[in-house]
Design a protein. Sequence first.
Length: 170
Amino acid sequence: MALSKRGVPIRVLVRSKTKALRFAQGIVNLEIVEGDATNADDLDKAFNGVAVVHYCINIPYHKWEKQATSLLSKSIEAAIKHQVKLVFPGNVYVYGHAQYNPVDENHPHAAHTKKGKIRVAMETMLEKSRVERGLSYSIVRMPDFYGPFVINTFSERLYLNALKGKKCNG
């Protein structure tokens, strides 16, 4: 919504335009492109003529090991081809157990979980593509997924309890 309110043209690549339209109420300057993020031609349609791409692809955790890096590599290829900046949603999995507090961007990437190691591999792909092929990217590090239509059991309880004036019992 922030981009829409500023009048920035927005293009989204979605699997289902019909489903996307249900969530697009009030968003102006929006172009919806139906396609598949694993298909280079569909990525070309989405990336062509834009300056910045926000990587919003996510898959269920049980598919990360086999699909996460492959999906990212396809978007990296398209970003390099179209010379767009890729904004990647990082998380805190890459850090593993905190070695100091507060944890900051200088903290070592010392993931100890399978998901964390996959995320380290993804961020390494971005950096290697920058060094070797000129990819422009930024990582926006967030501790968890949040936003409209995101169901996260911890934050959902937190907000629902707060609205009721209760403590979060999590």
